[in-house]
Design a binder for this molecule. Structure first.
Ligand code: PYC
Length: 312
């Protein structure tokens, strides 16, 4: 029988404008397996709580959830499962920065380096003395370069498929204007790109869906500006930690960025991350630095007679 859940304790934050809701307690026990195994139990048995925690009436579609778990690897201070309004994320850069600031807010960690276990591997996060957080992400790489697809009948567009902890289709050359006033058009365009990839059965390695679309343009105050469509129809308010990682991997592979050279990536709302790559055992390890702020601490109440107990 499903355990009944009445109250869930959460802390909200935003990283460069993108919200994270860390679940601290009140969630059913997912066992002691790896974080990847526990993600599958969450997906199969408790998906109704994903929407209860994030979606209306308690939240909204842009929030990314981060379920705090006991790590299975004892070198880590925590495990985390990231989820959103439509499903689950492998890794989440802005969410990891938000999680670190949340743990600091709770007095559970101080300045220094902390290891976090995610479904796709361990990431290291450094809480700096200036309050910012740098994350050393999972190894990132370009899988395919200059993939041409046809969108909406006759329009063609080329992009790279790259892994930064999630799968991205990165487009430099497109007809769109990356301005906040164009977010609806950018969402429509990026959704049609994602649909075209699906129809053409173009995937990441191992057949995984390319579920994030990333468009770029020049920026006034940064090396580049992006618009990132997340799975579903929400855009990332931040420059996207995993999306910036995918971008850094492509730049490095193209010889446009050297090891240690700083890249500033601006988001569609004008917030920014700073990044560079380290090469470790031949792997590209992106390091992404950003700032997050705690915005609320609350108890979500799931009343038994509430028709929208599990979200809308
Ligand atoms: O920062 O990696 C990220 C991310 C993925 C989806 C939303 N944010």
């Amino acid at each position: 029988m499903r355990p009944s859940v009445d109250k869930i304790h959460v802390i909200d934050s935003h990283t460069a404008g993108e919200p994270t809701r860390v679940v601290l307690s009140g969630f059913p026990d997912l066992g002691n397996g790896s974080i990847a195994d526990r993600l599958e139990i969450f997906r199969n048995d408790f998906d109704h709580l994903r929407s209860a925690i994030l979606r209306e009436p308690r939240g909204h579609d842009a929030i990314v959830g981060a379920l705090l778990c006991e790590p299975s690897d004892e070198t880590c201070i925590a495990g985390v499962i990231f989820f959103n309004n439509v499903g689950y994320l492998n890794m989440c850069g802005h969410g990891t920065i938000g999680l670190i600031k949340t743990l600091e807010h709770l007095g559970r960690i101080g300045k220094g380096i902390h290891r976090i276990e995610t479904p796709v591997g361990i990431v290291e996060a450094e809480l700096d003395t200036d309050g910012a957080v740098s994350i050393e992400n999972v190894a990132s790489y370009r899988y395919r370069k200059d993939v041409e697809i046809e969108i909406d009948g006759d329009e063609k567009v080329k992009g790279d498929i790259a892994w930064g902890g999630n799968w991205f289709f990165l487009i430099e050359d497109h007809p769109m204007s990356l301005e906040p006033t164009s977010i609806q058009e950018l969402t429509r365009y990026s959704s049609s790109v994602r649909k075209a990839l699906k129809i053409a059965e173009i995937t990441g390695e191992n057949g995984q869906e390319v579920d994030h679309i990333e468009l770029f343009s020049p920026a006034k105050n940064a090396d580049s500006r992006n618009f990132v469509l997340c799975p579903g129809a929400e855009f990332d308010r931040s420059p996207c930690g995993t999306g910036t990682s995918a971008k850094l991997a492509c730049l490095y592979e193209d010889g446009k960025l050297k090891e240690g050279e700083i890249w500033t990536q601006e988001s569609i709302i004008g917030s920014s991350f700073e990044g560079h790559v380290k090469i470790v055992d031949g792997n590209i390890i992106p390091v992404i630095k950003g700032a997050a702020f705690v915005t609320a601490e609350s108890e979500l109440i799931l009343s038994k007679n509430d028709p929208f107990r599990f979200g809308i």
